[in-house]
Design a protein around this ligand. Structure first.
Ligand code: SF4
Length: 203
């Protein structure tokens, strides 16, 4: 068993989250597919969730599943992301986790960070081992210098980090780093479940 993954899982458990650890993304997808049934589900623009095929699998037995990644352009992305506010269950990944138990997300549009802390019955955070850093400081560094530039590139933006390969703290109109959330404990009146995978997943 991956000791770093186990140590991180235990720290997140101590913070009050329910945590499940899987060897493979396929096992994690089976777990989530079995757990989430008959619900209105929203997804938070995640490469990890996309790679797991969760949109298609959950759509087969849940009445409504919305994923902004299904939008064909930015206005449609925003419209789907906003409609996810009414979802009973919300799934997202995180940009980084600390072995000390904190999780970090950075966002440009705000749908992902806002909806991961308010408005749903239950939120699942799904992340691969590559997102784990030793400390919260390093996790924030990863979110800003690894995940954000890679996400800016994925969206086809021309922010300076795309060329530089690290954050330049820009004022570009397409800046995707407008809010940073650190998850410490589950939010009041909302269940928080963390799914960790012993594979490299997402950005
Ligand atoms: S350069 Fe701008 S968009 Fe890129 S990571 Fe830094 S703040 Fe975010």
């Amino acid at each position: 068993m991956n000791e770093v993954l186990e140590r991180t899982a235990e720290a997140i458990r101590r913070n009050g989250f329910e945590v499940h650890v899987f060897d493979t993304a396929a096992q994690a997808a089976d777990f989530l597919d079995a757990e989430i049934d008959g619900k209105f589900v929203g997804l938070g623009d995640s490469m990890t969730l996309g790679a797991m095929g969760l949109y298609e699998r959950l759509l087969a037995h849940n009445p409504k599943v919305l994923d902004p990644q299904q939008g064909k352009d930015h206005p449609e992305f925003d419209a789907i992301a906003d409609a996810c506010w009414n979802a009973e269950v919300f799934l997202t990944s995180v940009n980084a986790l600390a072995e000390t138990g904190e999780m970090v997300n950075i966002d440009g549009h705000g749908n992902r960070v806002a909806q991961s802390i308010h408005g749903h019955q239950k939120v699942y955070f799904v992340a691969g081992r590559n997102k784990i850093e030793p400390t919260l400081e390093r996790a924030v560094w990863r979110a800003r210098n690894i995940a954000a530039p890679a996400n800016a590139k994925r969206h086809g933006f021309t922010t300076p980090c795309v060329a530089a390969g690290h954050c330049c703290d820009c004022s570009h109109p397409d800046r995707i780093c407008n809010a940073l959330v650190v998850y410490l404990h589950p939010m009041m009146a909302m269940e928080g479940v963390v799914v960790l995978i012993d594979e490299d997943m997402g950005l």
